[in-house]
Design a protein around this ligand. Structure first.
Ligand code: ADP
Length: 248
């Protein structure tokens, strides 16, 4: 069902909070394997959009489809996560007292729900996936380190790794490079480029140099709808975008 050219599809979505239109006629498409950057000033509706996709917020009207057949508005937040939509909030939320390995293992246990117990063992497929994820998130040399002792960037990668343990089809990431060093930011760009193709990613980010490095299609949100879409160069030279960012 992801073969029809889109993994995510929002059409004419509206959400009001006490009469205030946070999302106003929003339409957006994400292709399978795409890495899409979302930018927009504070209050543009970026968080609300992610809340809608993950089922945390119900739109007043409009359609939200996962693949071409799954109507996300018919499902609850937990069911949507189970379908393979992973979300990462801005702050890292890893288990500080556990090792890198245990954090990744736990991400699988969560998936297994009631099967989770102290007798839990990784099967060989899961073990392979864990090893692969460790390499992907650049933590192969830190397997036994306590998560609390990792750098901020490493914690962020670990949390992305925890999402990857569930093999998500779509990952939603909120300001993933905020607070990272330049080197961590560069490695995160590498990480995202390696994930693209296998997963679809929607990345909300303010760091323009990071967006420039990953050089993917950018969507500019403003007042709850799409103001511009294209390469970073295209949207940055768009008069309406300049006006929104520089103020009238
Ligand atoms: P962004 O993430 O782009 O900064 P948000 O999606 O957080 O924007 O917010 C969009 C607008 O909707 C803002 O003006 C915000 O104040 C408002 N808003 C968001 N959530 C709520 C809510 N639960 N109740 C009332 N207003 C909200």
């Amino acid at each position: 069902d992801i073969s029809h050219g889109r993994i995510l599809y929002l059409q004419d979505v509206h959400v009001s909070f006490d009469g205030f239109k946070a999302i106003n006629n929003l339409s957006l498409d994400i292709a399978p394997g795409e890495l899409r950057c979302i930018i927009g000033p504070n209050g543009a509706g970026k968080t609300t959009m992610m809340d809608i996709i993950t089922g945390k917020t119900r739109p007043d009207s409009g359609s939200v489809f996962f693949g071409s057949t799954i109507d996300l508005l018919r499902y609850k937040e937990a069911e949507i996560a189970q379908m393979g939509i992973g979300r990462k909030f801005q702050k890292p939320t890893v288990f500080e007292q556990l090792s890198v390995f245990e954090n990744l293992e736990l991400a699988l246990k969560t998936d297994k729900g009631v099967k989770a117990s102290m007798f839990f063992r990784l099967d060989s497929g899961e073990g392979d996936r864990l090893a692969e994820v460790l390499q992907t998130i650049h933590l192969g040399d830190h397997v036994d380190r306590m998560a609390g002792n990792l750098s901020h960037g490493q914690k962020q990668w670990l949390e992305i790794g925890m999402l990857l343990m569930q093999d998500p089809k779509l990952l939603l990431l909120d300001e993933p490079v905020a607070g990272m060093t330049d080197e961590e930011t560069a490695r995160t760009a590498e990480l995202f480029l390696s994930l693209k193709g296998k997963h679809s990613l929607m990345v909300v980010e303010h760091d323009m140099s990071f967006i420039k490095t990953i050089s993917e299609k950018v969507t500019v949100l403003h007042e709850g709808s799409v103001l511009a879409e294209g390469t970073l160069e295209q949207v940055q030279s768009d008069e309406r975008v300049i006006e929104v960012y520089l103020g009238r």
